[in-house]
Design a protein around this ligand. Sequence first.
Ligand SMILES: *Cc1c(COP(=O)(O)O)cnc(C)c1O
Length: 376
Amino acid sequence: MKPIYVTQPVLPPLTDYTALLEEIWSSRILTNMGPLHERFAAALRELLGVAGLTLFVNGHTALEAGLEALDLTGEVITTPFTFASTTHALVRRGLTPVFADIRDDFTIDPEQVAALISEKTSAILPVHVYGHVCAVEALAEISRKSHLKLIYDGAHAFNISYFGKNIAAYGDMTLLSFHATKLFHTIEGGALVYSDPAHAELLDLLKNFGIQSAESVCAVGGNGKFSELAAAMGLCNLTAIAQEIDARRLATLRYREQLDDTPNLILKQPPEPAGSQLRHNFAYLPILLANQTLRDQVHEALRQQNIHARKYFFPLTSQYDCYRDRQWRGQTPLAADYANRVLTLPLYGALAQEDIDRICRIVDAACRTHESRRLR
Ligand SMILES: *Cc1c(COP(=O)(O)O)cnc(C)c1O
């Protein structure tokens, strides 16, 4: 059996990509904000309906640059139920993460955020985990009242619209990731989206060593430049994004039909209610098992059939070995519980129906052999 991974990157028809490579071969411009970089940035601004957008070599570099551009200090309230990047970016910028607990949709709980604000707090960094939309209205209200910056990790939230507006347009800034494992990718890549157009100038400097002109270097920048080859991949993949999301929606429905009455399991992908103001992106398919033992059994049963589900996000970032000696402010019991019970199943447009059915049979069988227990 061929291995099935949690995701499979979309690749455009090779001839689409080589057509753009031919442009690169004739211009001989490979990076440093060339013509394809500009074309791709413009296409993204149009698709997302935003004016402020800067491309970066990857999402993590974008996030660090965003934290720097917002000139944050002291504490930032965030979630430990996320990928390493979110927490590491804060620590690498000399900021102190303060961990708020999550709600049952895995996103940060605004009430807990409000309770953790201190005189040292400068910002809130929530994550649209799995593409589940954070409590954006409540978080905006809290940040406005307490004069805090609001920067979203939207690495999972490409092409979601909420009340007619792209989710990346909420808050002061949103980071997007275009890594090969994400719904939409440029091999490696990322962007910062921001509401204040004045950020553009500093972000352009930060991603290019602070170089303003041939003889003027006016900021201590790094290198976050997005290449022409990545832009070419982005331009090709933009044409396939709607189709990929549709295929994932159908795959999600097929999973839902088959796992709906599996005991000891809840599908955590919220259905898209008809007429709702949310257009979801079906980026991931998280399930929650009755307990850690069952989660690990399901993971192993799949692995034995060469199916590689992932324990996203276990362990919590606050529990990483590299943070062993740190004492964190904030209690996150629900995040800890969910990290022990969560499993992310394979989900991508090209995943065959027979494979979904096979995965469901394995998961269902493992759950049925487990002693029945009520789930919250
Ligand atoms: C992937 C990811 C990032 C980092 O993006 P890269 O493009 O891989 O640097 C940040 N946060 C979350 C939640 C992610 O999943």
